[in-house]
Design a protein around this ligand. Structure first.
Ligand code: C2E
Ligand code: SIN
Ligand code: SIN
Ligand code: FE
Ligand code: FE
Length: 375
């Protein structure tokens, strides 16, 4: 009665998407041993950028991430325009005229490939690649089976993206509600989230950070001060220095933020999301100091999660270079000098250097996301 073993039973489990896809790939290779890779690139409609998302053949530490404009990959453009998958059964001849983008995206080391465009309700979301080191393997008969697996994988990706979309919407809405009261502007969040991303990208190699982590740091950093919603107006909006008692109340915003985030995660069931602790850590620990003088825990050095050390630098830099009810805006020179002074005391040295090293990009962000003053 129970002789048959469900070959895809891993899909029943609570596993990260990547593990499920690796597992599905293993099942596929039992039937078609020549399928040596399944990879997914996602498409961002706003920026028109394609970026690697999941690759069944890449170990986590290999960091094979890559981004390219879809426009710069004509062969993929064609698949999208036709709305149909493409079979390429011959070794792609090395063409030195091909753009680096095209070469990377086509991954010319493989002899054959089957590329499916992925759609969700008719909207293009990315590509799914089956690659092989053998040529002439993707016959019509094989493809009929691969299509089914392809759509299975595609549905898993869509499911993950939908959860992420709902999470993004929930967080954004919460953020907007908070900012009905917080005097910090939306452009503070636009800037500091991008500074956070610059720092994370710059540390990616040394700290072996993957794209998902970097993206989460960017996506979650605007939530760092969500706990300020719990701070009364007379303190939050005070146009001068806080006294000791007020300061103590102000400092509760980190813990309050964590409580609010925990509540959102519980109510929406986001606890299954890989790396969701990045969000918790950013809200709770963005005011910790590497010398232990920070709050709420007084953690030191590497006890402070990296994402919180990153966000601390981005937040302080933007606080310094912005006007606050309690201070004027500083010049970049003065703010960078201050960061150097704080490095090793309050702020993480690597994170500070990562921001300073990318001054040009920082200034572009300042240009792009200027404060808007009314009146
Ligand atoms: P915030 O204004 O977003 O500032 C974030 C962090 O940037 C501060 O965390 C602090 O580390 C740094 N920072 C901001 N301005 C200065 C500055 O002039 N000098 C230096 N060295 N660092 C600066 P912190 O101190 O934990 O403050 C957290 C939040 O508490 C602030 O967020 C702000 O909302 C509030 N706050 C802090 N000090 C005052 C104050 O004197 N008056 C008022 N009204 N609010 C304050
Ligand atoms: C990538 O995963 O780097 C792009 C897609 C492919 O190589 O097939
Ligand atoms: C904002 O509220 O300005 C952005 C929040 C987010 O993107 O999560
Ligand atoms: Fe804060
Ligand atoms: Fe802030």
């Amino acid at each position: 009665m129970f002789d048959h073993h469900d070959s895809l039973e891993d899909l029943n489990k609570h596993l990260p998407l990547k593990d499920k896809i690796v597992s599905a790939h293993r099942v596929i290779t039992k039937k078609f041993s020549f399928v040596s890779r399944i990879a997914i690139t996602l498409y961002d409609t706003e920026t028109k950028v394609l970026s690697t998302y999941i690759d069944s053949s890449v170990k986590k530490k290999q960091l094979k991430h890559y981004k390219a404009l879809l426009d710069s990959a004509p062969s993929l453009m064609e698949i999208l325009e036709k709305g149909r998958p493409r079979v390429s059964n011959k070794l792609v001849v090395f063409d030195k005229n091909k753009k680096e983008h095209t070469k990377r995206i086509e991954r010319e080391g493989y002899a054959a490939s089957y590329t499916m465009p992925m759609f969700h309700n008719g909207e293009f979301i990315g590509f799914l690649f089956f690659n092989s080191y053998e040529s002439d393997v993707f016959t019509e008969k094989v493809l009929c089976d691969l299509d089914v697996y392809g759509h299975l994988v595609s549905l898993m990706v869509i499911n993950e993206l939908t959860v992420m979309k709902i999470m993004g919407a929930a967080l954004k809405t919460t953020c907007h509600i908070t900012h009905q009261r917080d005097p910090e502007t939306g452009s503070h969040l636009d800037r500091m989230s991008r500074y956070s991303r610059i720092i994370a990208q710059s540390l990616a190699e040394k700290y072996e950070l993957d794209d998902e982590f970097i993206e989460y740091v960017f996506m979650f950093s605007p939530m760092h001060d969500i706990g300020k919603i719990a701070i009364p107006d007379n303190i939050l909006l005070k146009p001068g220095p806080l006294d000791r008692e007020e300061r103590a109340i102000m400092d509760t915003h980190a813990r309050k933020g964590r409580e609010i985030i925990d509540d959102i995660i519980l109510n929406f069931g986001f606890d299954g999301i890989n790396n969701i602790n990045v969000l918790r850590n950013i809200t709770e620990f963005h005011h910790e100091a590497v010398n232990g003088s920070g709050y709420p825990e007084g953690k030191v050095c590497k006890e402070i999660p990296l994402e919180a050390r990153i966000v601390a630098v981005a937040d302080v830099f933007d606080a310094l270079t912005s006007r606050r009810s309690y201070k004027e805006a500083w010049s970049n020179d003065k703010a960078f000098e201050m960061l150097k002074q704080l490095a090793g005391e309050k702020l993480d040295i690597d994170c500070v250097n990562a921001l300073i090293k990318n001054r040009e990009e920082v200034e572009q962000i300042q240009q792009q996301f200027k404060e808007i003053f009314y009146g």
